[in-house]
Design a protein around this ligand. Structure first.
Ligand code: GTP
Length: 235
């Protein structure tokens, strides 16, 4: 295995599958299965999942709602996804622990870095819910932050696109994919990899990032084994 401890960042939207809203059970179970495979291969897995399939903070502003309020609603949306993912993974017989950045002790442990690391060492999958616990941050930033805190080897950003392209591949058929790129190159080219807070956190803390297509069965295992699918972003 190329990586011993990973932070898997999943998008909330991806959980919708072909639906317009909410959680598609087939997609959820597919993700759980992929995660189970790498965990059983001995990889320590921490997960951050977004909430965009349920609610997005920016959406609130459009409706005239305060951004802060919207962002907290988005954080609650990530908790719903985190709980769904927790249940799905546990239904496959793998132990998990859910830690929340916002205190909700009836449903999740508080985020405690040392405890999270201990869970990982015991082979439990740790899901970090509620983003960073602060408005004006994205779940990409939460992923970067938690990855650095738990000293993960890499952030694996599972998307529906198989890497980073010079143009939007869903709009431009001539878009060219990068196998590898540095943070500085990605910034200079204005590539939309993650928001700047997440990007800067990764760069300054030398946290590598791999962007890959999570919807393709078997891809997560391939990335963890070091196969060069997707795009690697390095310092
Ligand atoms: P070890 O100390 O390694 O045995 O870890 P553990 O997580 O099994 O220990 P603990 O006895 O603290 O936790 C048992 C169960 O309670 C686990 O499922 C935890 O996720 C859960 N748990 C622990 N603290 C909290 C909390 O503050 N809130 C909630 N909702 N669950 C908690």
């Amino acid at each position: 295995m190329k990586y011993k401890r990973i932070l898997l960042k999943l998008s909330g939207e991806a959980l919708m599958g072909d639906k317009q809203f909410g959680i598609d059970n087939n997609r959820l179970m597919q993700y759980a299965q992929e995660i189970k495979s790498v965990a059983e291969a001995g990889v320590q897995v921490a997960i951050v999942i977004g909430g965009g399939n349920i609610f997005r903070g920016v959406q609130a502003e459009e409706g005239g709602m305060d951004r802060t309020q919207g962002d907290y609603m988005g954080m609650l949306a990530t908790m719903i996804n985190s709980m769904a993912l927790q249940a799905a993974i546990e239904s496959l017989g793998i132990q998990t622990r859910l830690q929340s950045a916002i205190s909700m002790k009836e449903i999740a442990e508080p985020f405690i870095k040392r405890r999270a690391v201990r869970h990982l060492e015991k082979g439990r999958i740790v899901i970090f819910g509620a983003g960073t616990g602060n408005p004006f941050f994205t779940t990409d930033s939460a992923g970067a932050l938690r990855a650095i805190e738990i000293e993960a080897d890499v952030i694996l950003k599972g998307t529906r696109v198989d890497g980073i392209y010079d143009m939007d591949p869903e709009k431009n058929p001539n878009a060219v994919k990068f196998q590898q790129i540095t943070f500085d190159e990605a910034y200079a080219k204005g590539l939309n990899v993650m928001d700047m807070t997440a990007f800067t956190l990764c760069k300054e803390n030398k946290m590598d990032l791999v962007v890959f297509d999570m919807n393709q069965p078997g891809n997560l295992m391939k990335v963890v084994e070091g196969e060069s699918i997707g795009t690697t972003v390095e310092v």
